[in-house]
Design a protein around this ligand. Structure first.
Ligand code: NIG
Ligand code: FE
Length: 407
């Protein structure tokens, strides 16, 4: 006897690249939190009444893998609506950062915030993501930039897993900006990141992966390389904010270190695409940042597709470049702004998002043996998920085989 069985559902398994993996009138059997059987209802190994302890009837709604937000800065203090106004009156993101605003202003707010307040604010931002069927979220540090505050951010990220029905993947991003106490000494700060901050955070068991911001207004490829070497000493996977505002060759560097993903990528070169393809590095596109900053340069989607680089989409939820808490909107923007197909957009927040977090073997698609994390949607076609703006058709979220959210 299985624990539970869902019938009368249409399923998009996302198991094959370039395809929804449609199973019309399908069934999903669940045992111990995993999928034990999936296929057309007509092929079930017996009458539905005798197969599982609990039978769920889906009224012919659609089922997809649960969503995965693979790039967020969900934990942060304060907000930057003032910079939004500055940008609307003509200042650029880079100008504001160079003048000491931008990431640095969130560093000040995050350092000033208590742990309980940071957690409360992050949980409020998480709520709309969970309501859209997110069961895995990546959360970066990078607004603390000293030991006490980087640890504080990462502890809050871990605490989220205990307070909400999500799995959290933590990412150490101390190489996000140079803090005021290292003004004019970015190399000295990188030494501090590698020698003190990373070992301190790893010692507390707070780091799942390591990221950096490779950009003219942030860190050079040579500095990022030192951070990646430090990550290697701890056997931690790496990823990179790369080619967002200019082409620094970050993607090639990330690929050389076998990075799980390179993220943003508006200025990615043909050589960068090839390097990522060879290394199996996922391209994480962040249309919320492109949109919010009013960028005009598009990531090379046709080339990524042509070289077979897996494409993921994420919210990049952060107070500066992407104050967004919707993966459904990221899917719509991925299609409208970047030219992804709705099939690619769905794969981008399921199958390829799982790969970008190194979780591809157990999450992101609906297949036997994988986590029984899935969403039930009140839609007629899977393309509806990317098509609507500001409408959430999620009716139920199943996590580890159990309903966690019913709307
Ligand atoms: O992914 N690009 C760098 N980091 C963030 C923005 C952080 C911020 O502006 O606070 C991003 O866009
Ligand atoms: Fe980011």
């Amino acid at each position: 006897m299985w624990d539970a069985l869902w019938i009368d559902v249409d399923i998009a398994t996302c198991a094959t690249p370039g395809d929804y993996g449609r199973i019309e009138n399908g069934a999903i059997g669940v045992q111990d939190g995993r999928i034990t059987w999936i296929g057309p209802r007509g092929e079930l190994p017996g009458p539905v009444e005798g197969l599982a302890a609990v039978l769920h009837e889906g009224e012919q709604k659609w089922v997809t893998p649960a969503l995965i937000d693979c790039h967020t800065h969900l934990v942060h203090g304060g907000q930057r609506a003032g910079e939004f106004e500055q940008r609307l009156s003509g200042e650029s993101y880079a100008d504001i950062a160079r003048a000491g605003g931008g990431i640095r202003s969130t560093v000040a707010a995050t350092r000033a915030a208590g742990e309980a307040d940071l957690l409360g604010a992050a949980l409020r931002r998480l709520k709309p993501l969970i309501a859209e069927g997110v069961t895995v979220i990546e959360i970066k540090s990078g607004y603390g930039l000293d030991l006490q505050n980087e640890l504080k951010m990462l502890r809050v990220a871990r605490a989220i897993e205990r307070q909400a029905p999500v799995e959290v993947v933590t990412t150490f991003l101390a190489a996000h900006a140079v803090p005021p106490e290292f003004d004019g000494d970015s190399d000295g700060y990188i030494d501090f990141v590698c020698d003190e901050l990373l070992p301190g955070a790893v010692e507390q068991g707070l780091v799942d992966q390591v990221d950096a911001f490779c950009e003219t207004i942030a860190f050079s490829p040579a500095q990022v390389e030192r951070v990646f070497e430090a990550a290697k000493l701890f056997n931690l996977p790496v990823k990179l904010h790369a080619e967002q505002l200019s082409n620094c060759g970050g993607a090639e560097l990330a690929a050389r270190f076998g990075a799980l993903s390179a993220d943003h990528l508006e200025y990615l070169s043909a050589a960068g695409v090839r390097a990522m393809a060879k290394a199996g590095t996922v391209a994480v596109l962040l249309p919320g940042a492109f949109y919010t900053l009013g960028e005009t340069r598009h990531p090379p989607v046709a080339r990524l597709r042509g070289e077979g680089v897996p494409i993921a989409l994420a919210s990049d939820c952060n107070p500066g470049s992407s104050p967004m808490t919707s993966l459904l909107l990221a899917m719509n923007m991925g299609c409208v702004l970047f030219g992804l197909t709705p099939v690619e957009a769905l794969a981008g927040v399921t199958r390829n998002a799982a790969r970008a977090l190194g979780l591809g073997d157990r999450r992101g698609t609906l297949e036997t043996g994988k986590a029984a994390d899935f969403v039930i949607w009140d839609i007629e076609e899977p393309a509806e998920l990317a098509y609507r703006l500001g409408f959430n058709p999620c009716v139920e979220v199943i996590r580890a085989g159990a309903p966690t959210l019913v709307r």
